[in-house]
Design a protein around this ligand. Structure first.
Ligand code: FEO
Length: 401
């Protein structure tokens, strides 16, 4: 239920636990990640006999957050600020917050203590909490669990025992700006793709740590999950936790992605011939031309796709810039266990592009099963070879090896 007036609508998750964050309707680029649907920075107020704020918001939204809190309690009643994560979309308001309310005790993980000092200097006193530590608010008990690398080394989750509410910061988040706050208001079908894009672009390199975090949370009764971005989970908790487990294990579907760019159309001809081979063997395939497509949208697809075929023309004896940007991004995200192929055209510098792309995809943890380069414009025999490559890749994708 929404309470409050005008744009300042705080929302009660459970008795005494409120969303007091901010909706960022207009963000379209979140450190390089395209946020077509905007985002939100979710902060939560936990009201017991004492009062804790869990996380803050990105600095420009500080006043908005404080406005929401003010509609629930006088600001000076806040006793604690819990910093679950140091990244500035959540800790960005900390200096302003401490300036406004110097009496508030700030709690964070050991690693966050180091990182907060490296962001904001030494002036803010910090109280360190570790996994299993408890903060009694009176009627509300907060338990802390460190979940390193989900998404930074400092990351921590806060659990409110009496209310069975988990506040896991980035985990289970999605970049969605909306007037709806809860999953049952927006629906699984609308939220899942955004949760997938978020996991793929933010969390994918840390699958083993996600599995560890999920394990640590096993046996804890959870009725509400309040992530730090997007929609709050209360109906689809089994769905999102099971889906996270699949993503964290690197499970993929028998599908393929053909991702390429082209200068004079040769690599595009190759891409289309490869596509034909894949589709004729029954592999659902999507095609993205780099330069006109968005890396973060493609990576969303990579998360659940077994076969990745990357094509580049040769420019100055190297990979075409848009393809190099993509392969660098993929290398960092490490979507292990996929089967890859590289292809493309060249004029006189044979081999350099395939070598560079193969190195990036192998560094990402993929097996590069095929390499194919064609000089200048592919003729019928070369297109035939592309189609055959598509067919061979389709077999590998079906076998899962
Ligand atoms: Fe939403 Fe890692 O910050």
């Amino acid at each position: 239920m929404n309470k409050g007036k005008g744009t300042l609508m705080q929302v009660e998750l459970k008795q005494g636990i409120y969303w007091v964050g901010a909706v960022d309707w207009n963000i379209r680029d979140f450190h390089g990640y395209s946020t077509h649907k905007g985002s939100s920075y979710n902060a939560y107020l936990v009201v017991g006999e004492k009062i804790a704020l869990v996380d803050t918001v990105k600095a420009p939204f500080f006043a908005e957050m404080m406005g929401r809190i003010k509609e629930i309690i006088p600001l000076e009643k806040i006793d604690y600020l819990i910093v679950n994560h140091v990244e500035m979309d959540h800790s960005g308001s900390l200096p302003q917050f401490k300036q406004a309310l110097p009496h508030v005790e700030v709690l964070c993980s050991p690693r966050a203590e180091e990182e907060l000092k490296l962001h904001y200097g030494d002036a803010i006193p910090l109280t360190v909490v570790k996994t299993g530590d408890v903060l009694e608010l009176g009627g509300k008990t907060l338990t802390f669990v460190e979940v390193p690398m989900v998404h930074w080394p400092d990351s921590m989750v806060t659990y409110v025992k009496e209310a069975k509410v988990l506040l896991p910061n980035d985990a289970f988040g999605q970049h969605i700006a909306s007037t709806e706050r809860f999953d049952d208001e927006l629906g699984w079908e609308a939220i899942r793709p955004e949760a997938q894009k978020y996991y793929a672009n933010i969390v994918m390199p840390y699958g083993p740590q996600v599995l560890k975090a999920l394990e640590a949370l096993q046996g804890i009764e959870i009725e509400v999950i309040g992530p730090s971005h997007g929609i709050i989970w209360r109906k689809y908790i089994p769905e999102i936790t099971a889906t996270y487990k699949r993503w964290a294990k690197g499970e993929t579907e028998k599908k393929a992605l053909v991702v390429y760019d082209t200068m004079w159309g040769s690599t595009e001809l190759m891409a289309k011939a490869i596509l034909r081979g894949l589709v004729e063997e029954g592999i659902p395939t999507k095609v993205y031309r780099l330069g006109v497509s968005d890396n973060s949208d493609i990576v969303q697809e990579v998360l659940e796709t077994r076969g990745l075929l990357v094509g580049s023309p040769t420019l100055n004896n190297g990979v075409f810039p848009s393809v190099a940007e993509f392969s660098t991004y993929i290398k960092g995200l490490r979507p292990k266990g996929r089967i890859a192929a590289v292809f493309g055209s060249y004029g006189w510098g044979k081999g350099s592009v395939a070598k560079a792309l193969t190195a990036d995809l192998q560094a990402a943890g993929m097996e590069v099963a095929e390499e194919l380069q064609v000089q200048f414009v592919p003729q019928q025999d070369a297109l035939q070879r592309c189609e055959e490559l598509g067919r061979r890749m389709a077999k590998r994708i079906k076998e899962g090896t």
